[in-house]
Design a protein around this ligand. Sequence first.
Ligand code: ADP
Length: 365
Amino acid sequence: MKILVINCGSSSIKYKLYDTKISSLLAKGLIERIGEKNSKAKNHTEGIKLLISRIIEEGAVDKLEEISAIGHRVVHGGEVFTQPHIIDDAVIGKIKECVPLAPLHNPANLAGILSCAKVLPDTPQVAVFDTAFHQTMPEAAYLYAIPGYFYKKYKIRKYGFHGTSHQFVACQAADILGKPLEKIKLITCHLGNGCSITAIDKGKSIDTSMGFTPLEGLIMGTRSGDIDVAAVFHIMKKEKKHIADMDEILNKKSGLLGISGLSNDFRSIVEAAKRGNRFAKLAYDMFSYRIEKYIGAYYFALGGADAICFTGGIGENSKKFISDIKKKLKRIIDSKTKIMVVPTDEELMIARLTYKMVKGKQKCH
Ligand code: ADP
């Protein structure tokens, strides 16, 4: 079965085409600069038409009808979506209701869905949500200690993100360990530009480091992660900053970039630290320490773990980081807990979940 996976941004469409029977990638690409002057795609519908003509030209499919289903990455599913859904008018309405929670991302994801419905009206579409995997967190983990009114009125709570990646890595880890996912405890660490850690008990997320938005938790490329909110108020008062300025500082100018003053790219941080740059070394140490703290907390919350898994650009590739953290973890954790690198593949997970929804029977791995 050929499944098209779409990750639609406000001006771009990333796509991958899979044959799910053999989990093989048949085509992939990116349509950029949608809506810009001189662009080949004036809007998302033209972008979808363009990508279809590309995969036909490349010979990945002969005709439209060969695409059995389309899986869309949707960033925010709020509390409504606890799993992927076949898209119909009701689902579209509910994704729209989640727009206030992800005002930049959900409208773009919706544009992709509506465009596909125009271009391929007879092909089933499935929405796979970044937040859905974390909907199993208990109240004690997802509520913030603020008056309940804000949760009731605005749904202010921890949602967590990178859910598709954490789920994929958990499935892979279970395979590697040779045990059913329903019988193991895992800590999955997704370390890329964005970073998050999840505690998974018997296949279910019980806590995760990102929060109401992806800003909470670990130190990331340009995001601060956890910070005392009162410090933010203080900066705003002293520097007369507005909300938008502060949002930009915490999301785009902090993290590895803010600490080092050099780069958000982990490779550059490691190289500069090696050359003796004090602030690059500090960025590396702070980044690592925050991860260790979360692993410690989740190890305790889970009551131990069968494995601690690392993934994402840093988790999969930085030999130095993995070797350093392994040394530290091995001193503390049970010797039976495996520490492993598990490459993630969010698009393949979306393809598998889409297949499962359409066929209604396949396991996630
Ligand atoms: P995104 O979250 O945008 O998908 P990635 O998962 O690709 O990001 O991760 C990007 C991060 O991975 C960058 O900080 C980059 O420096 C880091 N990275 C990629 N390759 C390596 C490597 N070989 N060694 C160390 N860090 C790496």
